[in-house]
Design a protein around this ligand. Structure first.
Ligand code: COA
Length: 166
């Protein structure tokens, strides 16, 4: 039986930290689905379709990676797509506590689903999508934080507009 893993997240936008986890997980499992979802307590800046498209572009070279959007419970997504491993990135001690809670709850809801937590590469340990959005808005260079395929859309959406000449 082929193990299908899913890396779930909001990806608003996807960063190099996310791509690091996608690449590493794609080497660990025969098939990896990037499950682009919604945390009910967040209001994403990019639509679900836009976030799927951005992840798709960023991971285009990884042939065993598929990108799918979902709404509702991640366990329902897992059941419908034959997913038995959920991949999550954990950056801080706070992340570990939160992820442990979600892993236990998800396994309670769907016992066939186990969660694997990957630590990010150190250079991405403090990266987050909201930080990237803020830095872009304030005019900081983000070339080292997001995939090349994501930067133009990010700048278009959040970049500082140059004042028009009179
Ligand atoms: N590199 C960079 N940033 C990372 C990262 C990494 N490796 N791993 C996590 N992050 C950041 C994200 O950018 C995000 O930053 P932000 O808060 O600034 O936007 C933050 O960590 C949280 O990650 P995110 O992917 O948004 O996860 P989440 O905890 O909000 O979960 C879902 C999103 C969609 C997977 C989750 O809410 C879910 O499963 N929803 C479905 C509903 C459900 O089943 N709920 C019950 C769960 S028990």
């Amino acid at each position: 039986m082929t193990v299908i893993a899913a890396y779930s997240g909001t990806f608003d936008p996807p960063t190099l930290g996310h791509l690091d986890i996608i690449e590493r997980a794609s080497h660990m499992f025969p098939k990896l689905i990037v499950a682009v979802g919604l945390n009910p307590s967040k209001r994403p800046a990019f639509t679900l379709e836009e976030r799927c498209e951005l992840v798709q572009r960023a991971a285009a070279e990884l042939k065993n990676v598929e990108v799918l959007g979902f709404e509702g419970l991640v366990v329902d997504f897992a059941r419908e797509n034959g997913v038995t491993v959920l991949v999550r990135g954990v950056r801080t001690v706070g992340d570990v506590d939160y992820e442990k809670q979600m892993a236990v709850m998800n396994r309670d809801l769907y016992p066939a689903l186990d969660t694997v937590m990957l630590a990010p590469s150190p250079k991405y340990a403090h990266l987050s999508s909201s930080l990237v959005r803020e830095l872009t808005h304030l005019g900081a260079p983000v070339g080292k934080l997001v995939p090349k395929a994501v930067a133009p859309d990010l700048l278009e959406r959040f970049g500082r507009r140059k004042p028009r000449k009179a």
